[in-house]
Design a protein. Structure first.
Length: 576
């Protein structure tokens, strides 16, 4: 009785014993829908799976019902009948356990919903109609003879034709001869498969003879009698996209050439840590051929990096999808490498650069720099440099301390040097002019004086300004300055000058003021009566000798004063 009841149903019903791999029952409605015989199903247990449209097969076969759960699974898909017709069907299936045999049995109930899908297609037609005024898509209608019955404004604007030149004409008018056969095949395919979307990419030619790559979707519209009435099409001008794709391919080829030519090692691993791309430089680092590396797991090729910071960095970049860059020293080869890691959804791209030589050079530079810093900072002379914008590039300790003493500001590299030139606007402007002369290419030495901000005494500096040139272009990029406090030196020079002046004065006194009384004394001595000192004539001579002696004594005192008292005064003068 149950078999008679199932046979009489309009719904398609079949039961399949999964344990024995045999059909237990297929009603006539199911056979009529598929256009296959019961013998076809008995000879090939996979017949029903094979008639599922290839476009839907993988998805449908993956949606198996849960074994023995009695839960119905509902599926909608396309099937292809024995005669080649495409139909839309809705299938309900579940898996049960037969209480008598204990076998697993799959039950299916299938309905033909092609007409319902046709309604959906009609809605699609309405949607296409709403896009008539689209400014991004071509919209066309073609009758069953291949003649245009409608085209939207964007179609005419792009191809440059007038409505009268297109409507009523065969679609071949806009198709290049080389691709006419391709377009006719798509047209015939539409006629044979109403409701099925047919994709086509081809070239059209505009009125001026220019080619346009067009990507289209066509669908044949059928009436209630399933007769095709017209074909509707939606298309886009993808000429620019295709040209871009060509450029992208060229760029990809150039990129591959670049990757192979660079000295940096390069590789890509997928999410399973398997190498999918490397360059020649990486082969050398790995010490293996490309054939050995591609497809291998990175940890197998480089076991020495397992459980190291390198592995941690790779895994972190993969997990967090964040680029990273780090430098690592590999003990086995005693080499330094700079590693740049760029994550993507499909894996990691890594650049490895051998920087051993650079690292050694940097260490040497650092050693030299530290020694130079020690020398430069172990002096009282001021050393500093600025760039073209007047910003500090470098300064030694002596210069930094001088600025702190002068304006009570701690200068730093990058600060405005013009603002630190002095404690008055006049001094600032003076220093700005010094810098500008050097930035103009003049190398010179000047003497600068300014009052000490605390003692108010004048201090003097001898300052050397030297343009700094960019080696490659000879361009002036800054100024290097060296200053020495010459206040004490100038005082010593002045003391020497004063001493020379005193010596000159003493010499003048000795040669002029002292010579006259001495000459008088010698003259008086010559006329004195040496044989008879009691001679009354000697008395006035002796009195003159006393007068001359006093004059000599006065001159000697003057010389003594010039030599000692003035000198003592100078040495006791407070120093700035």
């Amino acid at each position: 009785m149950l078999n008679h009841l199932l046979t009489a149903l309009n719904d398609c019903v079949w039961a399949f014993d999964v344990t024995t791999q045999k059909y237990l029952f297929i009603n006539p409605a199911a056979l009529a829908l598929a256009e296959y015989t019961l013998k076809d199903f008995e000879q090939d247990k996979d017949t029903w799976n094979k008639i599922i449209d290839p476009r839907d097969r993988d998805k449908i076969l993956a949606a198996d019902s849960k074994t023995g759960t009695y839960e119905w699974v509902e599926l909608t898909y396309r099937m292809v009948t024995k005669s080649g017709k495409t139909k839309w069907v809705q299938q309900k299936k579940c898996s049960i356990t037969d209480e008598v045999t204990g076998h697993q049995v799959e039950l299916s109930i299938i309905n033909d919903v092609t007409d319902q899908k046709q309604v959906i297609m009609n809605r699609r037609e309405q949607f296409l109609a709403s896009l008539i005024d689209s400014q991004t898509n071509f919209l066309v209608r073609i009758d069953t003879n291949g003649h245009y019955t409608f085209a939207n404004k964007w179609f005419f604007k792009t191809l440059g034709y007038k409505k009268s030149e297109i409507i009523g004409k065969h679609f071949s008018i806009t198709t290049i001869p080389e691709e006419l056969n391709l377009c006719e095949q798509a047209f015939n395919n539409c006629l044979k498969n109403p409701g099925k979307i047919i994709n086509l990419q081809h070239r059209k030619v505009d009125k001026d003879g220019n080619f346009h790559w067009i990507k289209c979707e066509f669908i044949a519209i059928a009436n209630e009698h399933k007769q095709v009435t017209e074909i509707q099409g939606v298309g886009q001008d993808v000429t620019q996209s295709i040209e871009i794709e060509k450029e992208i391919k060229k760029a990809a080829d150039r990129l591959n050439d670049f990757i192979e030519s660079i000295t940096d090692s390069f590789f890509i691993v997928n999410n399973e840590w398997r190498f999918i791309k490397i360059n020649t430089a990486f082969e050398k680092i790995a010490g293996r051929s490309r054939e050995e590396i591609i497809g291998a797991v990175i940890w197998d090729i480089f076991p020495s990096i397992v459980a190291t910071d390198v592995e941690k960095a790779y895994r972190k970049a993969m997990a967090n999808q964040v680029s990273t860059q780090f430098t690592e020293h590999f003990e086995p080869s005693d080499k330094w490498f700079n590693i740049s890691v760029y994550p993507a959804s499909e894996g990691l791209t890594v650049f490895v650069r051998d920087i051993t030589h650079e690292k050694r050079a940097l260490e040497e530079i650092a050693w030299t720099k530290n020694n130079l810093e020690a020398l430069i900072n172990n002096t009282e002379d001021l050393t500093w440099s600025i760039d073209r914008e007047g910003k500090y590039v470098y300064m030694n300790t002596a210069y930094r301390n001088r600025i702190i003493y002068t304006i009570n500001i701690v200068p730093k590299e990058g600060d405005d040097a013009y603002a630190h030139s002095g404690h008055t606007e006049k001094i600032n402007q003076e220093w700005i002019s010094y810098y500008h002369r050097a930035l103009s290419g003049e190398r010179y030495v000047t003497r600068h004086e300014s009052p000490d901000p605390q003692t108010k005494e004048l201090t003097y500096f001898e300052v050397s300004f030297n343009p700094i040139y960019k080696t490659t272009k000879g361009e002036i990029v800054g100024v290097g300055c060296f200053a020495r406090d010459i206040t004490e030196r100038l005082k010593n020079e002045k003391a020497l000058i004063d001493q020379n002046d005193r010596l000159k004065s003493i010499a003048s006194l000795s040669s002029h003021e002292l010579r006259r009384p001495v000459a008088s004394m010698l003259g008086l001595i010559n006329i004195i009566d040496k044989n008879n000192f009691l001679n009354p004539d000697n008395e006035p001579i002796i009195e003159h000798l006393f007068t001359v002696s006093k004059e000599i004594d006065d001159v000697i005192r003057t010389i003594v004063n010039k030599t000692f008292i003035d000198g003592l005064h100078l040495t006791n003068t407070p120093r700035a």
